[in-house]
Design a protein around this ligand. Structure first.
Ligand code: SF4
Ligand code: SF4
Length: 348
């Protein structure tokens, strides 16, 4: 995306949403709303002066609240478009950032744009939306500090995180002596209306489990799963590598997670060999599945695409046709980007 945004023949619009897309006279006409960021990226030098003086501090979305951010901020260091944005929801309009910006890049009264684009074809790549793991109420994410999403854990593993890449228990900052990874949270779950396989979670969990084992060699690491779907080249070897590293794999879908009133550890109820048992872990990492967001579903429907039971666009697809004239399928599904690029297929 970074390369695309720099190409002289490609215009990229961020902070934008599609209002309507209609095909008339062999051409698509797309109406787009671009919300204001209040920072002129041509003038912004990325100095961070505004961020330093902003008095507002809220949870950072990147990393699901592991860190905080200011009301004027960068989404993350390599975000596209580059530069700062003002979060209109949390900004109190105190004006401190405007005073601090030596480049005059901030205009708190900036207005959004309404843009109209036309072209012979539209390539639709809606991407995927992560399931919010707190939506699986019986697992306690959002209520139990030590039951966290895989996204938050991924951020924790980054060397730029507050714990400098080390896994820690959010409740007390202690090093976990055991970590449970729970698969298929919000995927393959008809009760949540999400019966599709998210397809990438097994492999990112293996990566996270191996990183955790590497950084905490004495910790007990357990992966609870329904099936391990390792369908890519050499993926099976990755599972064997994890087993050889001492990671335990338990074929069981936990029915309930509880927080211990004594130390905040997570007690997991599972069925092993036909009998229920409760197993305790310092930290539980929930692998939330990917699906299609409501906005993307509405857009697909407005373009005349059929929507499957699981919310994905479906119908008479081939790699280069969608069944709607001039509309080409791009990346819809949780399949990995390289596979999407080659096949143009989507999940069902
Ligand atoms: S102070 Fe101005 S130039 Fe510096 S990061 Fe903020 S908006 Fe950009
Ligand atoms: S005007 Fe808004 S973004 Fe700027 S410093 Fe004040 S609260 Fe922060």
């Amino acid at each position: 995306f970074l390369q695309c945004s720099l190409h002289e023949n490609i215009k990229s619009l961020t902070n934008a949403s599609i209002k309507s897309a209609k095909r008339e006279g062999g051409e698509w006409r797309v109406e787009i709303s671009v919300a204001p960021t209040c920072v002129d990226i041509e003038k912004c030098t990325d100095c961070g002066g505004c961020e330093a003086v902003c008095p507002v501090e809220v949870k950072r979305e990147f990393g699901e609240g592991l860190e905080t951010r200011k009301a004027v901020y960068r989404h993350y260091p390599k975000s596209v478009a580059k530069g700062y944005v003002v979060d209109a929801v949390n900004c109190t309009r105190c004006g401190e950032c405007v005073k601090a910006c030596k480049s005059g890049a901030i205009d708190l009264d900036a207005k959004g744009l309404e843009i109209s684009e036309s072209g012979a074809a539209v390539i639709l790549a809606t991407g995927a939306e992560l399931f919010t793991v707190s939506g699986k109420g019986e697992f306690g994410a959002g209520r139990y500090p030590n039951a966290i999403s895989a996204v938050k854990f991924e951020r924790m593993l980054s060397f730029g995180s507050p714990s400098l890449g080390m896994p820690v228990c959010p409740k007390d900052g202690k090093t976990p002596d055991s970590i449970a990874f729970i698969q298929c949270v919000g995927s393959r779950d008809p009760a949540l209306g999400r019966s599709h396989c998210s397809s990438v979670c097994c492999m990112f969990t293996l990566k996270q489990a191996l990183f955790a084992k590497e950084r905490l060699p004495k910790a007990k690491i357990t992966v609870y799963y329904m099936d391990l779907r390792a369908f890519g080249k050499d993926y099976e070897e990755y599972i064997e590598k994890a087993k050889a590293a001492g990671i335990e794999f338990v074929r069981a879908m936990p029915s309930l997670l509880r927080q211990s009133p004594l130390d905040g550890s997570i007690e997991i109820t599972v069925s092993r060999q036909g009998s229920l048992s409760t197993e305790s872990h310092s930290l539980a990492v929930l692998a939330g599945g990917f699906g299609q967001g409501e906005e993307a579903k509405a857009l697909c429907a407005s373009l005349g695409l059929q929507i499957s039971q699981n919310g994905f666009a479906c119908g008479e697809f081939t790699p280069c046709e969608s069944g709607v004239e001039g509309l080409l399928p791009g990346a819809f599904s949780p399949l990995e980007a390289p596979a999407e690029g080659v096949s143009g297929v989507r999940g069902g």
